[in-house]
Design a protein around this ligand. Structure first.
Ligand SMILES: [Zn+2]
Length: 1027
């Protein structure tokens, strides 16, 4: 030692090491200042600006104009293509030479017509390595292209990340030059960074931190930045420290490269395609240099995009998939929202995803992967198990605002009892950087210490893509086994979960939903997206049912499997976790609504074709028929012609999954009457319900005629619109905060008082209008149909608010500690009180087509045709209708909205009162089939008990002469049923959600049908082979 013993002063030593590597201070003499050596300007740089995203071959046909570094270009969302010509100086032989490229926007280097690397300053990728060691024989003149997207990793928010994008942003290249890169300096800088971080993160309580401090200080003593021959001694000191190993018991961190790419968010879908290209080609470059590097990659849709747009890159990816290094994971079409998609949509996410992965890469995924989604349905464990998946990874519950989720590694049990092994990476991130901080947090935050000794750490820039960097890999490599830090190994999801499974005896179980205590506004934001999703789900259901009926009844009909897959995939794409939740920019909303339109127009055409095949031979002017796609007989009032005044109505009676000709003379058991009473209230009756509305359209009373049981709470009004101030803390489109409840204001200003618009017969209706504010109005038609057990509220809202939340309330005469909400293939209860912080945090919850509040013997359900946000506090059931956030879409939800909800009081429990069936009916209106002469009464399927619902009837994926039917137990009880069908079946097999038959589980077909046993909420799929 040539120096004096150091003073006992931690701060000076620590800051000395920091300044030695600072990129701000003392760069004239410190180590950082030596990272780059000589520079040389480019031979030429020229550019061409395109308003559209175009292919490479199209781009290079254009004329490129000279570009001077510093010149600005744009605007936002355009693309600037650069042609870069350079010559490496001869004198740089033996040196590592980079193109140093610093620009705004996201860049991609193209060479010889192929994408070769991403260049994005925000993603710490500013170097394109031309050579690691310049040789004599290599050509030193090179020309290549840089495709520069005029948007950042996170779009182009004006003022803040999530603000609406600035459409007029200008971009520039700040640096484009050749530079000698000093690899030895880079290595030493990384050593210093890791040591300094260890000092900081282990703190003064750990002697290991002091060892790192003295090591770093000694390295500064040894290292002369101006004299590279001194570096080796400093490096060996660092290596000695890093190689001091842990004991056997140390926690093991499974590091996996990752790159979370939102399929659309603050940028449109089209840009995500390029994000995938830029990010993944960079991953391939890193894999070529780092033989141990493993990368996990989710979302079949993104693989599909890359296959179409970057076929050369895709085949490189396929090669690394085969080597087990580029690992497809997740098993779904996209990382969908975990709450709002229907049960069947979630099945299709897995079906389309798993089939894609199997076809492209030879294997199904074993893990479900949803790190960034806003809550997880309690039905997911069963859906995973049915799709060949037993493991689940997310981390989003670390965002809970109120309660800390108590586990990181645990078994998650769904409503049917299915379990999956679940892991939340304790570092609470899916975009770590391989830093000491990530490792220390992983260790410290792990809530299953002693129960699970393995954790995941996902590293790589994410959300907007970017992915891992060489620096991240270098950091992790240094501390693979360093005393004081957890052990780190490059690993795969399979290795992690296998290790966790191997020692799972002490793990706890969490039963029920994984509710995210944040982002509760996403159940309501972007009402048109929610409407599109619900309507398309219903339409695709109906198209599949009708097409199966047509397939079985008309030999000439061919099932539109390819078209259906196409539109299913569009619907599934829109279920991405920033689209369906409504947390995206206006451009994405426009794209999404366009996709829904496409699904609707194609779906409607397919439905017409299937119905046409069913009634082939029908004559012009013959009676219409009605199609019922649901598996129970229905008697409903239908409108025969659109837009006729008064509407031409009929009472249709249609068998289960069938068609029937409309008998225009059919009479209801009791006609509807609507009368204005002396006190100006309006009385509506249909023999089942008796409703009294006041002038404001509020329900003064709603009672069941037979029992005279009143549904509306004493002295309260039902159908009460209320507006709240809705200003969250930051995440505008995402969050509604608990304090909004303190700003409740009833909507009371009447524009048009309630007046009878249809006095009865088959349908009675009352209309009224209210003013919400100077800019917003509500017009509602309250409809009571003959033989219908619920009162419908057909609603039109002109909405021009800012940061307001519109809801409708139903204070009911029911006392219960829990309300029930429909979820995928089932339902669950949530408390109506606020005893604990866990109860309180669920002040705004999600549900699907219905929610119910019941006490013993009586209850009230709210049904809806496109809403997902609910709340129920004490005895008030509330449906959330519209929000008005301003970021990231400045115009979110502005304009006209139409939706329908309904109120259904009932005796007994909601199961026995057929609330579930009524909600289906509201969402699947009977479909009119014109010109159906000589039609036989047709019913293709029926189920012997109400508790089991036949949800899906489709053609099998891989067998043209087979159908797949999916049923589920909806009441939450064990039951046995018979599925009957007149269709000629050769055999029937139980199968999983991927439609793989279980060879040990043949379904017996008897004269009465197929007998099936169900446990509570069990989903069963059958493969029916037709004769
Ligand atoms: Zn995301």
């Amino acid at each position: 030692m040539y120096h004096q013993p150091v003073l006992k002063h931690r701060r000076t030593l620590l800051e000395r090491a920091e300044k030695f590597t600072s990129d701000i201070y003392f760069t004239d003499c410190n180590l950082r200042g030596r990272l780059y050596g000589d520079t040389c300007s480019l031979d030429s740089l020229s550019s061409f600006l395109s308003p559209k995203r175009i292919t490479f071959s199209e781009a290079v046909k254009h004329t490129f104009q000279p570009y001077t570094v510093g010149d600005s270009f744009g605007p936002t969302w355009w693309t600037c293509w650069f042609r870069v010509s350079l010559k490496v100086p001869d004198s740089w032989r033996g040196k590592e030479v980079h193109l140093r490229w610093e620009s705004d926007g996201e860049g991609m280097v193209w060479k010889d017509g192929e994408p070769v690397q991403g260049l994005t300053k925000e993603g710490e990728k500013t170097s394109y390595i031309l050579t690691e060691c310049l040789q004599d024989n290599k050509p030193q003149s090179v020309t290549f292209y840089v495709e520069l997207a005029c948007n950042g990793l996170f779009g182009a928010g004006l003022g803040s990340m999530i603000a609406a994008p600035d459409p007029n942003k200008k971009f520039s290249v700040q640096k484009a030059e050749l530079v000698v890169f000093n690899r030895d300096v880079r290595e030493l800088l990384t050593d210093f960074e890791m040591l300094v971080d260890i000092v900081k993160l282990l703190g003064e309580g750990e002697q290991r931190g002091f060892q790192a401090l003295f090591t770093a200080n000694e390295m500064v003593n040894l290292c002369d930045p101006a004299n590279p021959s001194t570096f080796a001694a400093a490096r060996s000191l660092a290596q000695k420290f890093f190689k001091q190993r842990n004991g056997e018991s140390q926690h093991i961190v499974h590091a996996m490269g990752h790159c979370h790419i939102d399929s659309a968010w603050l940028w449109p879908y089209e840009e995500s395609i390029r994000k995938c290209g830029r990010s993944w080609v960079t991953v391939i470059r890193l894999m070529e240099k780092n033989p141990d590097f493993i990368f996990t990659c989710s979302q079949a849709q993104q693989f599909h995009w890359v296959k179409e747009w970057y076929p050369g890159l895709y085949s490189q990816i396929q090669r690394f998939v085969q080597k087990g290094r580029f690992i497809p994971v997740g098993g779904t079409w996209v990382e969908m929202d975990g709450n709002l998609p229907s049960g069947e949509s979630m099945v299709r996410q897995f079906l389309e995803g798993q089939n894609f992965f199997k076809a492209e890469f030879g294997n199904y995924c074993k893990e479900f992967w949803l790190p960034d989604t806003f809550g997880y349905s309690a039905q997911l464990p069963q859906l995973m198990q049915g799709s060949g998946i037993t493991r689940f990874l997310t981390q989003k519950l670390s965002w809970n605002l109120v309660n800390t989720f108590p586990h990181n590694t645990f078994f998650w049990e769904g409503i049917d009892g299915s379990q999956v092994l679940t892991h939340f990476p304790p570092g609470n991130s899916y975009e770590m950087k391989g830093k000491v901080e990530d490792l220390v947090n992983t260790l410290k935050n792990n809530k299953d210490k002693g129960r699970a000794n393995h954790s995941a750490a996902l590293f790589g820039f994410g959300d907007g893509g970017g992915g891992p960097t060489q620096l991240m890999l270098d950091r992790l490599e240094r501390v693979a086994d360093t005393d004081g830090l957890p052990k780190v190994r490059m690993s795969s999801p399979d290795d992690l979960f296998t290790a966790l499974e191997g020692d799972s005896g002490l793990l706890c179980t969490w039963t029920g939903e994984l509710f995210l205590e944040l982002h509760n506004g996403t159940y309501t934001t972007q009402a048109k997206i929610k409407l599109g999703n619900r309507q398309c789900e219903a339409l695709l259901h109906d198209v599949e049912v009708a097409s199966c009926l047509a397939l079985c009844h008309n030999k000439a009909f061919s099932y539109p499997a390819a078209k259906l897959q196409e539109i299913w995939r569009l619907l599934l794409l829109n279920q991405f976790h920033d689209v369906l939740p409504g947390s995206c920019t206006e451009m994405v909303v426009d794209d999404a609504l366009e996709y829904y339109k496409e699904v609707q127009s194609t779906g409607t055409r397919l439905l017409q074709e299937a119905c046409g095949a069913l009634i082939s031979g029908g004559q012009e002017g013959a009676c219409p028929a009605v199609l019922n796609t649901l598996a129970w007989e229905r008697t409903e009032v239908i409108q025969l012609e659109e837009d006729t005044v008064p509407p031409k109505l009929a009472l249709a009676r249609v068998p289960s999954v069938g068609l029937a000709v409309v008998q225009e003379s059919a009479k209801p058991s009791c006609p509807v009457t609507v009368t204005t009473q002396a006190d100006c209230t309006v009385l509506m009756e249909n023999g089942i319900l008796r409703a009294v509305l006041d002038q404001k359209g509020c329900l003064v009373s709603l009672s069941l005629v037979n029992t005279n049981r009143e549904a509306i709470a004493d002295g309260c009004l039902g159908n009460q619109f209320v507006v709240f101030d809705d200003v969250p803390l930051y995440w505008d489109a995402w969050d509604v905060m608990d304090y909004h409840l303190q700003t409740r204001r009833p909507v009371v200003e009447v524009m048009k008082p309630a007046a009878v618009t249809s006095s009865g017969g088959l349908r009675g209706s009352v209309c009224f209008s209210l003013r919400v504010s100077g800019k917003s109005t509500i017009t509602q038609e309250v409809i009571l149909d003959a033989d219908c057990p619920y009162l419908k509220f057909s609603t039109q809202v002109e909405w021009a608010e800012s940061h307001k939340f519109l809801k409708v309330e139903f204070p009911v005469r029911v006392r219960s500690p829990d309300a029930t909400y429909e979820i995928q293939f089932g339902h669950l209860q949530r408390p109506t009180h606020r005893n604990t912080s866990w109860d309180w945090a669920r002040f705004e919850v999600w549900g699907h087509r219905w929610a119910d509040l019941s006490e013993h013997g009586f209850g009230v359900a709210v049904l809806n045709d496109c809403k997902y946000g609910y709340s129920c506090f004490q005895n008030t059931l509330t449906l959330s209708l519209l929000r008005a956030p301003k970021a990231p879409d400045l115009h979110a939800d502005m304009g006209s909205h139409r939706f329908t909800y309904a109120l259904m009081p009932h005796m007994g429990c909601f199961q026995d009162a057929s609330v579930i069936q009524c909600a289906y009916n509201l969402n699947h209106p009977l479909r009119l089939v014109p010109n159906a002469s000589n039609l036989q009464l047709l019913s293709a399927f029926s189920v012997s008990a109400d508790g089991v619902i036949l949800e899906t009837i489709k053609q099998a994926e891989f067998q043209k002469n087979a159908l797949v039917v999916r049923l589920y137990e909806s009441h939450g009880g064990s039951t046995s049923v018979t599925l009957s069908t007149p269709l000629p079946l050769r055999e029937a097999w139980h199968c999983d959600l991927l439609e793989r038959p279980d060879p040990k589980h043949r379904a017996d077909i008897t004269a009465s049908g197929i007998s099936l046993h169900f446990s509570p909420f069990q989903i069963r799929s059958l493969l029916l082979i037709l004769e």
